[in-house]
Every structure is written in C-alpha cells, then in structure tokens.
Design a protein around this ligand. Sequence first.
Ligand code: PMP
Ligand code: GLU
Length: 397
Amino acid sequence: MEYLSERLKALSVSQTLAMAQKSREMKAMGIDVINLSIGEPDFHTPDDIKEAAKKAIDDNFTSYPPVPGYADLREAISEKFNRENGLDYSPDQIIVSAGGKHSLINVMLTIVNPDDEVIIFAPYWVSYYDQIILAQGKPVVINTTIDNDFKVTPSQLEEAITPKTRAIIFNSPSNPTGMVYTREEMESIARIVEKHEGVFIISDEIYEHITFTGEHVSMASFDSVYDRVITVNGVSKGYAMTGWRIGYIGAPLWLAKGVNKLQGQFTSGVSSIAQRAALAAVTSTGNSREVMRDAFLKRRDLVCRLLEDIDGFKIRVPQGAFYVFPEISYYFGKKDGENVINDSTDLSMYLLEKAHVAVVGGAGFGSPNCIRLSYAASDKELIEAVKRIKEVLGKLK
Ligand code: PMP
Ligand code: GLU
C-alpha cells in the first residue's frame, strides 16, 4: 500500500529531467544517443571557480552556513545587481538557495495562498506550472503564438489579471523559446502591473548572461514596480555551474525575511563549499562567461541554419538561452509503419527511438505543437543530430 499525499499526486514529473534520464539509460545500454534534452551548458566550470571550492574545503568551510547565505556572498551579489543590472538590493534583501529552481519555489511558498492565481506565459519553463500547484495556487496560462515571437501582448496580460492574481512569472531570455523581451515590451508589462496592487512579478533572469541582443533588462529596473519584483537568478547557466546548485533572489525585505524563515525550516541554507564557489563566480574578473556566450551564439546560428532545411519545422531564431523551439504540427497524423505521430510527445519519443536524439516534447512547456532542442552541445553533435532527425522524419508519410 502506498500513502502518497494528495499534494504529491497533483505533481507531474519534470519532462526535461525525465527525457534526460531516458537518454542516460539508453547511453548506459551502449546506444549512441545525442542528448539535446536537458538544458545545461556543456562546458566545465571555469578553473578559478573550481579552485575557490577546493580552497574552501582546505579552509574548513565545513560548518552550517548562515541560512540566507554567507554575508560576503550576499554582499557580492548585492554589488553584482548594482553593477550589472542597475538594481539596488541591500545584502539583507538577498537570499541564496539551492539553485534557481529552489529560489522559485521558495518565493511561491512565501507569497501564494491556496487558490491564489499565478499567471504564466506559455510556452513556459516546465517547473513553473507544478511549483504553483505545489504551493496550492492556481496556474493561469496565457498562450502565445510563434507568429508573435511567443510573446504575451499587454492586452492579453490585462485580461488575465483578476482580483485573485498574486503573481506573474516573467522569464526573459525564455526557456524554452529563447525569446527576449525588448525594454519597451517589458515597460508595458510593468505599466500594467503597477496598476494592480498586490500583484508581484517573479522575474526569472537565469539566462541573463546568454543574451545575443547586447543588453539584458531587469524587470526590477522599472521603478514603478521595483518593490513588487522578485529577481531570481543563479550561477548555473552563466558560469556552467548546474551541479553546484546555487541560485538567489533579490526581493523586497519583508519577502526576503519570509524566504529566510522558510529556508530555516527546510534546508538550513546551502552547501558551504558551493557558496564559496559561487562567490568566486560572481566576483570573477575572467571572461569565461563571454567566451561561453559567443560559443552558444555560433551554435545557434549553426543549428537554426540546419533546422531550416527540415520540412515542416517552423522556427523563430532565438535571441538568448540555448534552446530552439520549432513548431512541428506538420507531422501530426503522419506515420511510419506502426509509429503514428499524434502529438509532440509522440514525435519526441519517435526521435529518441529511431534517430537516437533526445529532445523534449512541447506539452510539458504548455505548447503541444512544438519540441525543444537544447543546442548546448558540440558542433559535431549538432550536425549529426539534425542529420539523423531529418533522415527519420523523412520516413513519416
Ligand atoms: N529557470 C529556468 C527558466 C531554467 O531553465 C532553469 C534551469 N533548470 C532554472 C530556472 C533553474 O536553474 P537552477 O536550479 O539550475 O539554478
Ligand atoms: N533548465 C534545464 C532545462 O530546462 C534543466 C532541467 C531542469 O532543471 O528542469 O532543461
């Protein structure tokens, strides 16, 4: 007999992690799978950051750390916000958590009451939806279209806000679309939110350093909403540190205090060693971030050029992050012998089984007509993956 809680039963499995796991299992069986499912830089953590972690062990950073993060790390993040984003967050407005994902759920659990509505823009990152459910909130999904670059219009947002709205999750650069909102587009969102007291913007800026537009705009930089924005960020993507599990928020003081209280009962703070590595990352004067970003830009151009050559793939060229999100509904209803493609989940399974290429179906992102490919892979893998995809799709009639 199993006694799983209703809370747990309401959750779905993370599709990104599930596909990554499937592809690991196939690799373990000796199958040559190209994994374009999980979104993580394929670079190693830069050496200066690794050295800082080794030194932290030797310097005996081995006791419980302060719950909200080491004081010097929060100071350094405060300076980073000021220097890179023009944001004024004092160190006590900053809380360090075990990854951006943890920062997000902390915020949700801190401000969402049962049945409060939280607005998300589809395509949305897989975990937003389930984190809202976990916090007993109600996800309200605004759908966008590829023809509008997967962006929400001000009138759509206006219509979606109700007296029950507690928060809006905003993510630019976006996972899974790679779209980046312009300053003007963000300003019109801020203008709407400023009129609705008690509505917060959770601004997930985890891809800020992987932006090809030349500037990253922080939602909290619009003064009229500054005290209603929670800026979520972390070191996973910009510094190739996914495994270290460090994320952080800059938030209104009362909210940061709430998250601190929650974290005090939950994790007692974040790994001391990883925090010392994160301190080296946010204070680093090296150019590893830029080198990685430039590599992603080259791969974006490569993968988009290759994908344009596939029948029935409609794409928008991403402006940031390392994902491309083709619309693939052209293949719905087509078959190859026994295999019938009814939706994007079928298509992603077909690509995994027949082409040995792992991608993620769009359904988990709220966009069942699309699939997501992560181009955080080598040129060689990308070329081979697209070749295989093209070949097997050619068999669908
Ligand atoms: N937000 C988005 C949009 C992401 O793609 C990720 C990557 N998993 C995260 C947050 C969380 O990243 P992490 O927990 O590794 O910091
Ligand atoms: N952000 C990555 C992705 O979307 C990592 C996986 C995850 O955290 O869900 O694939």
